[in-house]
Design a protein around this ligand. Structure first.
Ligand SMILES: Cc1ncc(COP(=O)(O)O)c(C=O)c1O
Length: 399
């Protein structure tokens, strides 16, 4: 299916022209019709827990969750579907990895661009158990320089954490080069793919990635309350279980099962969410990720071209080759606080964007927007259309 068709592939039953949604980096909207239908069917016709029963409904639930895991494993070319652990969002995936790996005295290298879902667990571990941290600043291009990670290595470096793309500028980071440095040093490489999963092809088996964390509700098109963590075979020996509890397996044992995914999945799953995620992943299988990426980059380019000469808009949009950027960019409108402008866009123009620091203070420090209220962020999704961009451009021209 071509991308013109993709633009119209999602029929949510909502009046699309009345809502111009440009905040897909927070969570994607609208979801494919199949996602809504799968969740509706679960609630109306099944309604049972996963892994806890032998009824026909329970078998169907288990089969759907197994299919969801398989689709996620296929999307990322994981070795097997049990390498995919379900979590509740991207933050949860990152917490499972970071808290599971670190022990007192360990050293971690991360970039200053990281989201608070990496920065805060690291700062908590620094206070709680005494880890050491080094943060690498990006270059003017918005990319981190891999050699700086190499220079920051210490004998006790246990983990390197790097986001795949900035959620403020969309700039893609050199995860392969940094991952190779981690591998040579015997450290684990954790990639935060919150802004790239479903937007860029990610082959975990053939890239130096030990752990890949991502939400299910952004580019994977599932509902809120879903997330994934991929663990390379063997990594689980270095990652303690983050939470313990019932798994529906080995119930006579008071210890958390060692086998995956049970080691990291305690308590009832978000079954309705996983029904939706399974349908989101199926939708992605029917549309090449590279086509979707090209689609969002065309929209990004259209917006940049329209605003480049604007006297009132200051863009933070790196001009980079396609493989080094995703469909996210930021700007400020002279004379307006970003929150104020976002409220005007919403109330007066029905355009929904995200203003502020985007939980990424370091990214804003490097843009010079940390103390001035951050930026307005625009983020495109599989279902954003050219009209959405034009609607935003027309609105901004009135300032
Ligand atoms: C780069 C990055 N990492 C992590 C997260 C956290 O994901 P979630 O909102 O699913 O917890 C986000 C979400 O905005 C993000 O953009």
């Amino acid at each position: 299916m071509g991308l013109a068709a993709v633009s119209h592939a999602v029929d949510t039953g909502l009046n699309m022209t009345s809502r111009c949604y440009l905040d897909n980096a927070a969570t994607s909207w609208p979801k494919p019709e199949g996602v809504l239908a799968a969740m509706d069917r679960y609630h109306r016709e099944l309604g049972v827990a996963a892994g806890r029963g032998a009824t026909r409904a329970a078998s169907e639930v288990d089969a759907t969750i197994a299919r969801c895991r398989l689709r996620a494993a296929r999307l990322f070319n994981a070795e097997s579907s049990d390498r995919i652990v379900f979590t509740f969002n991207g933050t949860d995936s990152l917490n499972v990895a970071i808290h599971g790996v670190l022990k007192p005295g360990d050293h971690v290298i991360a970039s200053t661009l990281e989201h608070n879902s990496v920065l805060r667990p690291l700062s908590e571990q620094r206070r709680r158990i005494g880890i050491e941290t080094t943060f690498i600043e990006p270059e003017a291009s918005g990319r981190v320089e891999p050699v700086k990670f190499r220079e920051a290595l210490r004998p006790n470096t246990k983990l390197i954490a790097l986001l795949h793309a900035s959620n403020v500028t969309g700039v893609v980071q050199p995860i392969d080069d940094v991952g190779a440095i981690a591998r040579q040093a015997g450290a684990l490489m954790l990639v935060d793919a919150a802004q790239t999963a479903g937007h860029l092809p990610i082959d975990v088996r053939n890239r130096p990635i030990d752990m890949l964390a991502c939400p299910g509700h952004k580019g994977l098109l599932g509902p809120l309350g879903t997330g994934l963590l991929y663990l390379r075979p063997g990594t689980e020996q270095h990652v303690a279980s983050f939470r313990q509890g019932g798994t529906g397996s080995l119930s006579e044992d008071d210890r958390q099962p060692e086998r995956l995914p049970d080691k990291y999945e305690s308590g009832n799953h978000n079954v309705p969410g996983l029904f939706g995620l399974e349908a989101g992943l199926e939708w992605l299988e029917q549309h090449r990720v590279t086509d979707l990426h090209a689609h969002t980059l065309r929209l990004r380019r259209r917006l940049i071209d329209a605003l480049t000469d604007s006297k009132s808009v200051r863009l933070f949009a790196a001009d980079r080759p396609n493989e080094f950027v995703v469909g996210v960019l930021s700007f400020v409108v002279n004379g307006f606080d970003p929150q104020e402008m976002a409220a005007i866009l919403d109330h007066d123009f029905q355009i929904q964007v995200r203003a502020g620091l985007h939980c990424a203070p370091g990214a804003h420090r490097s843009l010079g927007t940390l103390t001035t209220g951050g930026t307005i962020r625009i983020s495109f999704g599989a279902t954003t259309v050219v009209d959405d961009v034009d609607q935003l451009v027309a609105a901004l021209r009135s300032f």
